[in-house]
Ligand binder design. Sequence first.
Ligand SMILES: [Zn+2]
Length: 240
Amino acid sequence: MTINPAWFASGGVCAAGGLFAWGALAPASQLFGRTLRRVDDASRMAITFDDGPNPTVTPRILELFDRYNAKATFFLIGRNVRAFPGLAREIAERGHTIGNHTETHPSLTFLSAARIAEELERCDDAIMAATGKQPRWMRPPFGYRSPLLEGIVRGRGGAGVAMWNVAARDWRTQSPEPVIQRLRRARGGDIVLLHDGDHRVLEGKRGHVLAALEYWLPRWRGAEIQFANLDEAQLKTQAG
Ligand SMILES: [Zn+2]
C-alpha cells in the first residue's frame, strides 16, 4: 500500500483553513489579536446594539434606557448615520457610547488593509460629522475579523475591537419570546449583542428586540445589575 504525500498536504491545508475560519468567525477567538469580550466587573453588564441608527426602534430603545438610567453602546453603520444624523447625535447626547461598525457593512475577512481602513475612516467621518466625537471602539460586521483588523484599528488610534460573549440571535424578524429565552443566560460581566438596525435596509423591523428589553431591563435591575457603556466599563481584553 502506498500513501500519496499529497493527501497529507491537502489535509494540512484544510486544517489551516479551518483554523483561519475559526479565528475569523468565532467571537471568542483571540487568534487575530486582543479583543474585548467581557466586562471585568460582575455587577455590570454591557449591552451593545449593532446596525443602527434606525428611526423605527432606536428612539424607543433610548426612551426605555432613560427610564432605567441605563447606558449602552451603539455600533453604527456609517451610511445609516448619514441618513439619520440627528438620531446618531441623540444617542451620544443621552450618554451612550457610539462605536464604528464600518461604512457599508461588508465582511472584512478577505478585504485588503486599504479597503478595511477606508470602511473605518468613512464611518468615523460620518459619526464625527453627526456627533462631534471620534468613536474609540470598533465591531466588525457579522463578527467576521481579519488578521489585519486589530492593527488597523489601533493604528488609527482606536481602543480596539469589541466582540461579545452573549448573542440574542435577534437579527431575523421574529416574535420576542425566543429572544427573551436566549437572554436568560446574560449576567453581570457579560457583553450582550443585540441589533437595533438591519444592515440590509435602513428601517428594519426590530420590535422583538425592544419587547425583549422591556421584559429584561426591570428584571436585571431587580437583580442589582448595573448597565455600563464601553467608555465606563472596566474592560478586560484577552490575548491568544
Ligand atoms: Zn452588523
